[in-house]
Design a protein around this ligand. Structure first.
Ligand SMILES: [Zn+2]
Ligand SMILES: [Zn+2]
Length: 368
């Protein structure tokens, strides 16, 4: 049966090497035999197509003669040119097959296969978990910047054993379960043949060593529950929702492993006086119509506590906000400050005496 390798991978004849690789990886992932809805024969089929089309010479040969050269490979399920069971012998993680002519393509196929198995690089120690807290501050505190102390309960290093979980001075012996290697080889039978997979030894937690004296305070884990306290420096201009990372302030790791990080999510409370828009601050100012007409100086409180004096210039559109440059929030990571925008709320005089009314009528006469 002559299969069209291009069709198998869902690419056309002019596909580039990158297109072919991309198509293969997608399909290999989809059909992986270890997946619930995987398909072993499909997986083999796409791997076979890829082994030919990813090789320049084989692809040229295939383009010219089709699959007629088949058989030359001597019965390998993966088509001509290599017997991949021989190739797989002694395969281990970290295997470097560069001495083989098909190594490039084959390692792609192995990668696709083992990625699907969920094999991960072995890890000796368990890093502590990251933590997240929320810290509420006022807009004024966001303006000046502030230091906050956060107290919390977490895993901290066991003091008795300095976080190691045992006492190195008491000596250690090699782990019997893994012969001191820290890892265990596990044979796995797959359609590729037999593979050894390397796993972390559970008995010694991958260290290859069993301590003579385990710390009783922490049961050998190296960490206990305790209180922690950090000083968080909140910089001026911080915005609501921004996150501060405090490295290594999270949970202590197991058996001397490093700690996780701590993240502080900043919540900036709404202010009754100012409304923040990016680096700018918006303030509402109630003003009497007569004061506007008389171009009186207005006094405006800035967020820094400074009193600012502003005058409405004649002919101004009262709907426009008055911009006071550089009186907004500090710019994060930059220089200077945003602006203060004054939104005028112009009120008509409440009650006019007959004398006042007369004066206004005179004014009306005068200016119209
Ligand atoms: Zn301990
Ligand atoms: Zn072991």
């Amino acid at each position: 049966m002559n299969k069209d390798y291009y069709k198998v991978l869902g690419v056309d004849n002019s596909a580039t090497e990158a297109d072919i690789k991309k198509a293969y990886r997608k399909l290999a992932h989809q059909y992986h035999p270890d997946k619930k809805d995987g398909n072993e024969s499909k997986f083999k089929e796409v791997s076979e197509a890829y082994s030919v089309l990813s090789n320049k010479e084989k692809r040229a040969q295939y383009d010219r003669f089709g699959k007629t050269f088949d058989g030359a490979g001597g019965g390998s399920p993966f088509g001509p040119g290599f017997d991949f069971r021989g190739f797989a012998d002694g395969f281990e993680f970290g295997f470097d097959g560069r001495n083989h002519e098909d190594a490039g393509n084959m390692s792609d196929i192995f990668d696709a296969f083992f990625e699907g198995l969920g094999v991960k690089k072995r890890k000796t120690y368990k890093r502590g978990a990251d933590l997240q807290f929320q810290q509420e501050i006022t807009l004024e505190e966001a303006f000046t910047g502030i230091k906050k102390i956060i107290k919390y309960k977490t895993f901290i290093a066991c003091k008795k054993c300095s976080g190691v979980g045992h006492f190195p001075d008491e000596g250690i012996k090699p782990c019997a379960a893994c012969d001191g290697r820290g890892e265990i080889k596990e044979a796995r039978n797959t359609f590729f043949g037999n593979f050894s997979q390397i796993k972390n030894c559970d008995k010694c937690h991958g260290t290859g060593q069993i301590p003579n004296k385990i710390c009783k305070d922490c049961d050998g884990v190296g960490r206990i529950t305790g209180g922690n306290e950090i000083n968080v420096n909140i910089i001026p201009g911080i915005a609501d929702g921004q996150m501060i990372k405090v490295p290594k302030a999270g949970e202590k790791g197991e058996r001397g492993a490093e700690s996780g990080d701590l993240y502080v999510a900043i919540r900036v409370k709404q202010s009754s006086a100012f409304h923040r828009v990016g680096d700018d601050l918006l303030v509402k100012k109630e003003i009497n119509l007569v004061d506007v007409l008389l171009e009186k100086q207005m006094e405006i409180d800035s967020i820094s506590g400074k009193k600012l004096s502003v005058k409405i210039s004649s002919g101004a559109n009262l709907k426009d906000k008055i911009v006071i440059a550089g009186e907004g929030m500090p710019k994060l990571g930059g220089y200077g400050r945003g602006n203060l925008l004054v939104d005028l709320d112009v009120r008509a005089p409440k009650k006019l005496s007959s004398k006042a009314k007369k004066l206004l009528e005179d004014l009306d006469q005068e200016i119209s």
